[in-house]
Design a protein. Structure first.
Length: 427
C-alpha cells in the first residue's frame, strides 16, 4: 500500500542468526543465468539469491506455485532483517524432484530470486533464509509464529509480511524450512539503459493512463486526489490547445478526466492524451472501471498506478487488467508499497504469448516495469511528473530518473526498473 515517498535507508539493522551470512568473502562475480529480466536500481543493489529448498504441498499444486507460496515469507524475512526485498513471484525453479506423501507431496527444488539490497550496505556472500515447510498448513504456521517471530501488522493471515526469524526469542522448529542463499550481483543488472523514447513517439503521440487510489478518504482533499489533480494540471499547462473533459461518474470510478493537446517534441508538433482516474480501491473497483482501464491501457505508452498496494491485491488486479497490444512498447509504474514483491509475471506472460515466445521469451521486449521494494510514502514532487518531463525531453536514462525520484521522497522507496536489458535507445 502507499502510505501517503525509490531508494533505501542506508543503515542496516542488527542481524541475528537469520540475516547476513556473516561471511567475509566478497560476492562472486556474475555469470550466466536463465532469468531473462534485467534490473536497475540506484538506491539499491540488484542481487541474485540462489538456494536449494524443500516444500510440502498438496498433490495438485505445481512446483512453481508451491515455491511462490513458500517464498512469500521472504518479504518479511528481508524487509525486517535487511530493509531489502525479493521478487519471489518471478522465482526461477529448477532441479525439481517430487515425492508423494499421502494427500500431499514433498518437493525439492533449486531457486533463483532477484533481490534489491540497500545501496551502501555491505553485501554478504551468503544469506540465511527461513520459510514455512508445509504450505498446506500456513494458518497453523502463522498462529504459532505470530508474536514470537514478528507480529502481524495487517492481520494474521498476512503474517508473511512481518515474519522475522531474527526476532529476539524466536525459536524455529521443524515446521520451518531453513536455507542458505548464495549471493552474487544480479547477472543482468544494468546502469546505462534508457526508456525507449523513440518507440513511445513512433506514432507522433504520447498516451498516458494514470490511476490514483484513495489514500485516506474519497474527498478532493485526499492525497491521491490531490496528486491526480496536480498531474492533470501539469500536463494541461505543458500543452497548446489543451482541453480537459470530465467523464460521467460510474460505479467504482470517483473521477475520470481526460486532457488532450499538442506539444513540440524533437522539432515536431505531436499529440498528448492523459486519462486520469480516481478510485477507492483497484481490487474492488468493479466492471465499469476495469473495462475502461483495459481499453485505455491497450493504447497507452505510460501506465501509472499511485495508491495502496492492498498487500498486493490492487497491484495484481491492475496487472491482470492491463491490456497488451502486439508490438507496442509500454512503461508501467506501480507506485505503491513493496510492488517489487507483489507484482507477478502475468503482464510478461501475456506479452510473450502475444508477441511470440521466439522473439519475446520473457515478455520484456515491449515492456519496462518500475516498482518499489519498500513502503512508499508521499513525495515532494510526485514522480509521474518527472516521468512526463522525461518523455518530452528524451534525454534521461533510468539511472538519472531513479536518482531524481529518490530526491523527491521523504523516505526512500528503493525504486527499481526491470525488463530494460533489451532497450536500445540512446539520445
Amino acid at each position: 500500500m502507499r502510505l501517503s515517498i525509490v531508494g533505501l535507508v542506508g543503515v542496516m539493522g542488527i542481524f541475528g542468526v537469520f540475516g547476513a551470512g556473516c561471511s567475509s568473502e566478497d560476492v562472486e562475480a556474475p555469470g550466466e543465468t536463465d532469468d531473462g529480466s534485467a534490473i536497475t536500481s540506484t538506491d539499491g543493489t540488484p542481487l541474485e539469491f540462489r538456494f536449494d529448498a524443500e516444500v510440502v504441498a498438496s498433490r495438485d499444486t505445481t512446483p512453481k506455485n508451491a515455491a511462490i507460496a513458500q517464498l512469500e515469507y521472504l518479504q518479511g524475512v528481508l524487509t525486517t532483517g535487511a530493509r531489502a526485498n525479493a521478487q519471489f513471484r518471478f522465482v526461477d525453479v529448477t532441479n525439481v524432484r517430487e515425492r508423494s506423501e499421502g494427500a500431499k507431496k514433498r518437493i525439492n527444488y533449486s531457486a533463483s530470486v532477484a533481490v534489491i539490497y540497500p545501496a551502501g550496505a555491505r553485501v554478504p556472500s551468503t544469506y540465511k533464509l527461513a520459510a514455512p515447510l508445509d504450505v498446506t498448513a500456513l494458518g497453523a504456521f502463522n498462529e504459532k509464529y505470530d508474536g514470537p517471530c514478528g507480529r502481524n501488522e495487517y492481520g494474521r493471515e498476512t503474517f508473511w509480511h512481518d515474519f522475522n526469524p531474527a526476532a529476539p526469542g524466536c525459536t524455529l522448529d521443524a515446521d520451518v524450512h531453513q536455507m542458505e542463499a548464495r549471493v552474487r550481483p544480479h547477472p543482468l543488472g544494468t546502469t546505462d539503459k534508457y526508456p525507449e523514447y523513440d518507440k513511445i513517439w513512433a506514432d507522433d503521440s504520447l498516451d498516458i493512463v494514470a490511476v490514483y487510489g484513495a489514500i485516506s478518504d474519497t474527498t478532493d482533499n485526499d492525497a491521491g486526489a490531490r496528486d491526480r489533480e496536480a498531474f492533470l494540471s501539469k500536463v494541461e499547462r505543458a500543452l497548446t490547445d489543451a482541453t480537459r473533459t470530465e467523464e460521467p461518474r460510474q460505479p467504482g470510478i470517483l473521477k475520470h478526466s481526460v486532457v488532450t493537446g499538442k506539444t513540440r517534441v524533437a522539432g515536431q508538433q505531436r499529440s498528448v492524451r492523459l486519462v486520469a482516474y480516481f478510485i477507492s480501491e483497484a481490487a474492488s473497483a468493479g466492471r465499469a472501471f476495469m473495462s475502461s482501464y483495459a481499453a485505455e491501457t491497450a493504447k497507452a505508452d505510460f501506465i501509472l498506478y499511485s495508491g495502496h498496494s492492498g498487500l498486493g491485491k490492487n497491484i495484481r488486479a491492475l496487472a491482470d487488467a492491463t491490456t497488451p497490444t502486439r508490438g507496442k512498447y509500454q512503461i508501467a509504474f506501480f507506485n505503491g508499497c513493496q510492488t517489487f514483491g507483489y507484482l507477478g509475471s502475468q503482464m510478461h506472460e501475456a506479452r510473450s504469448e502475444l508477441n511470440g515466445r521466439a522473439s519475446d521469451p520473457n515478455g520484456t521486449k515491449f515492456l519496462d516495469v518500475i516498482v518499489t521494494a519498500l513502503p512508499a510514502y508521499a513525495e515532494r514532487l510526485p514522480t509521474e511528473q518527472i516521468m512526463f518531463d522525461a518523455m518530452l525531453e528524451q534525454t534521461k536514462g533510468y539511472g538519472d530518473l531513479l536518482r531524481r525520484f529518490s530526491g523527491q521522497q521523504w523516505t526512500t522507496h528503493l525504486t527499481t526498473v526491470f525488463g530494460e536489458d533489451d532497450n536500445t535507445f540512446r539520445p
